[in-house]
Ligand binder design. Structure first.
Ligand SMILES: [Zn+2]
Length: 533
């Protein structure tokens, strides 16, 4: 018996011993199951809780193995069905996943050569290191460094800012991260590897600030996307586009947040962050862009347009208050938060980063009533997700309209919203819901995919990621976008027509709307892992 039974859907990476372990069996022919280990029968039983999936219409039964706490690789077998599911129970189950998903950032580095001893087959020469022209002028500036954003080689501030925020929060969350050796050139330094890696991005972000007025350029890319080539082969002119409010505000927030992390290691660097943060915050008052950033004529790379910039200003104000304590920042944040508590851990909606900063401000006074109100709204947000989870057999916090571009990031993000509610209330149901979002990403989903390259028995092999295509091997540890019912690219239209929303995913290199990767999807995964391990 060597085949996998793909109608059994569970976390393909495995389960920590104390985790809930409920697997879904799709359309079983019998309700009897057996659990074996080394060919020995461990237990047998009957599936429970039948339901019809509201979107796929499949019949879903639950196999609850929560009581199995002894470490091991088991085989779950269904009577009358061929094959088995490799059911893994293991302590520190997600360590390798965490390391690989963090190493991804190093392998995305731009502007320096990536040597073979650090990158194996993903080595490459220095790329995108010529001065970039500021759009509409003949002025050139040096904006070397940072991470390639996604499957393409652009670099975008709003995406970078939330990625850095996720990674710093993850670093703060667990000591385990600070001990990880990422096999990067800085690994021998007396500073945790993750902080070295994040600094690589921060240095680039600092180079994107206009030194005269403090505003921050929105992005630097070539005018259009290149083919499936390695980064150093993209030789077209680099163009820096105009500053935006969302870029300037998220830059202010992230650089403020970073100060405290680098203070113990490099006082000069943390001072640079502080000055840059304050200058960008001050620049905001003279910026007016009611429509948000728009690609200028002739530039067709990622836009990251966002007409609603109030949440970015909300986050910036409180991040600066938490870091520097000046009353103006407090007043700016509290005025906004008293009108409406905002949410979001994504590139577009960032309110939750602000909420978390306010709840963890310790050095300076806060309004206790507002703090309570923010907590109340965070619990409400989790309760809205709970309503969706309650009617979704796989335990993901999605209804039909949530299967959009980058849906996997929202699964990870929702995991963090649910964990926020657990942190506030200590009610274990929220913790279990947060874990369910991770199980969804790692294989307990209607597609039966573990959505991280290189993990599980069925994972993406053809991600929309230029280095992976050029090397002809999927870089490991990347979270792909996941199901998108909008069918937003030709491959999705070709392969996914008539699919139910949760199954609108295709492992095809052309499907940028379901199978691309980005730095802020990976960082969302890292942040979720950090709170759950
Ligand atoms: Zn590059």
């Amino acid at each position: 018996m060597s085949t996998i039974n793909k109608k059994i859907r569970g976390n393909q990476v495995g389960y920590e011993p104390e985790f809930e372990k409920t697997l879904i069996i799709k359309d079983p022919t019998s309700l009897r199951y057996q659990l074996k280990k080394d060919e020995q029968l461990i237990e047998q039983g009957i599936l429970s809780k039948f339901s019809i999936h509201p979107l796929t219409r499949e019949k879903d039964f639950i196999c609850d193995l929560t009581h199995v706490k002894e470490e091991g690789v088991y085989q779950l077998i269904l009577e009358g069905m061929e094959g088995y599911f490799p059911f893994v129970v293991k302590k520190n189950c997600y360590e390798e996943l965490l390391i690989k998903s963090l190493r991804f950032f190093y392998l995305q580095r731009c502007g320096e050569s990536i040597p073979v001893e650090c990158a194996d087959e993903f080595q490459h020469r220095s790329c995108h290191d010529q001065p970039a022209r500021i759009y509409g002028t003949n002025q050139r500036i040096s904006v070397n460094g940072g991470w390639h954003d996604a499957g393409d080689y652009g670099r975008y501030i709003v995406a970078a800012a939330v990625t850095v925020a996720d990674l710093l929060l993850a670093f703060e969350e667990t000591q385990k991260i600070s001990a990880i050796n990422l096999r990067i050139p800085e690994s021998k330094l007396q500073i945790p590897d993750l902080l070295s890696e994040v600094r690589y991005e921060l240095e680039w972000m600092l180079s994107m600030q206009n030194q005269t007025n403090g505003q921050v350029y929105h992005k630097v890319t070539c005018a259009s996307f290149c083919g499936f080539i390695m980064p150093e082969e993209e030789q077209e002119e680099l163009v820096v586009t105009e500053p935006s409010i969302t870029a300037t505000a998220t830059f202010a927030a992230t650089t403020a947040m970073a100060v405290v992390f680098y203070e113990p290691f490099d006082e000069t660097f943390s001072q640079r962050l502080k000055q840059a943060s304050k200058a960008s915050y001050d620049a905001l008052k003279d910026m007016h862009m009611p429509e948000g950033f728009k690609n200028p004529e002739g530039v067709v790379t990622g836009e990251y347009g966002d007409g609603k910039d109030i949440d970015e200003k909300y986050w910036a104000a409180v991040a600066l208050y938490k870091a520097f304590g000046e009353s103006q920042y407090r007043e700016d944040f509290e005025t906004l938060a008293k009108k409406e508590v905002l949410h979001g851990y994504g590139w577009e909606e960032v309110g939750s980063f602000g909420n978390q900063a306010y709840l963890t401000t310790e050095k300076f006074p806060v309004d206790e009533n507002l703090r309570e109100e923010i907590q109340k709204q965070m619990i409400k947000k989790a309760d809205e997700l709970e309503e969706k989870i309650a009617i979704e057999p796989y335990g993901v916090s999605f209804s039909e309209n949530d299967y959009i571009w980058g849906s996997n990031m929202y699964a990870a993000e929702n995991g963090n919203h649910l964990f926020d509610a657990y942190r506030i209330t200590k009610n274990v149901k929220y913790l279990n819901y947060a874990r369910s979002q991770l199980h969804y990403l790692l294989g307990k989903n209607p597609c039966g995919y573990c959505y991280i390259t290189g993990f599980g028995f069925l994972s993406p092999k053809y991600p929309h990621h230029r280095p992976s295509s050029a090397v002809k091997k999927a870089m490991e540890g990347m979270l792909v976008g996941g199901p998108d019912r909008g069918l937003n690219d030709p491959a999705a239209v070709e392969f996914l027509k008539d699919q139910a929303a949760p199954c609108c995913y295709v492992d095809d290199e052309g499907s940028y709307s379901t199978n691309e990767v980005t730095i802020y999807w990976n960082s969302a995964l890292v942040y979720l892992l950090s709170v759950l391990i």
